[in-house]
Design a protein around this ligand. Sequence first.
Ligand SMILES: NC(=O)c1ccc[n+]([C@@H]2O[C@H](COP(=O)([O-])OP(=O)(O)OC[C@H]3O[C@@H](n4cnc5c(N)ncnc54)[C@H](OP(=O)(O)O)[C@@H]3O)[C@@H](O)[C@H]2O)c1
Length: 313
Amino acid sequence: MTTMQAVRIHAYGGPELLHHEDIPLPSLKPDDLLIRVRAAAVNPVDWKIREGYLQEFLNHRLPLTLGWDVSGEVVKVGPEVSAFAVGDEVYARPNIVRDGAYAEYIAVKASEVARKPATLDHIHAAAVPLAALTAWQALVDTAHLQAGQTVLVHAAAGGVGSFAVQLAKALGARVIGTASAVNTGIVTELGADQFIDYTKTRFEEVARDVDVVLDTVGGDTQDRSWQVLKPGGILVSILTPLPETSTAAPGARGAFVFVQPNAAQLASIGQLIDEGRMKPVIHTVLPLSEVRQAHALSQGGHACGKIVLHVAD
Ligand SMILES: NC(=O)c1ccc[n+]([C@@H]2O[C@H](COP(=O)([O-])OP(=O)(O)OC[C@H]3O[C@@H](n4cnc5c(N)ncnc54)[C@H](OP(=O)(O)O)[C@@H]3O)[C@@H](O)[C@H]2O)c1
């Protein structure tokens, strides 16, 4: 077999520019794995790239296969790969500058891949890597969140937020989560100690002396977040670069995170999942043929958890 089905864009714009095509199988670099894609998650970065918002930052060449969350099975290993074998079940957040996982096969550098959590099927495993790694790199690597500290997670019912709440609890932190009232149940079930309905309450009027804010919303939410920080606190944004300091928060600092592939962290996340301390929340599962609907849903900005594309059984 030399060709496969993939969903690609040839130009930037709306969801109608997502095209199902027969294209050559990805060529394998010596340190790559070829993965048979079983499921791929949709993340907001997918439609942002599709719209062309990240052109200057990522410098993609078109046509481009989208989708940077994958769970599947290794079908071929490059000559320099020793850590994996054909038949291994794996998951990854592949490098975003290469072609993604809206396809029957994807080539991924072996060092970006970890074994799929044993307790998850491919649909649930595909929902994990990008969002959970983002939460990890924001809370652990950047904020150095410690047991006993308080963290405010914005959009706690979203893809990143739902993992951030669980990770913060696993680290022993006190968690405040924001979402609209319809998501009170899920945010509380994930472990939030305090829930703020952002549609009714200004979070800065009820959250105080916070050590870490995870900003997954940006704009006015980011600006107002400084006010809740204690001296020594940190505002970590995954939306936009932000000032290192603010007069609204003496002694606090700001940091921006853009998630990177990391197999070791994926393995640790998989362990937390297999221990029952973390789980993906799935908003909906759609077939790859409905990728345009999946993008429209993601772009709507109100998914509770992850949108997953079923690619193959
Ligand atoms: N820098 C990075 O590496 C990185 C990595 C991942 C994601 N991101 C970015 O981070 C953002 C979040 O990603 P995601 O995957 O978590 O998105 P998502 O799953 O699409 O987020 C949807 C959630 O946002 C909530 N929400 C919307 N407006 C809100 C507000 N004003 N306050 C609180 N919650 C609000 C919604 O809750 P309700 O329905 O209750 O309103 C919904 O549950 C996206 O812009 C994405 O591109 C960046």
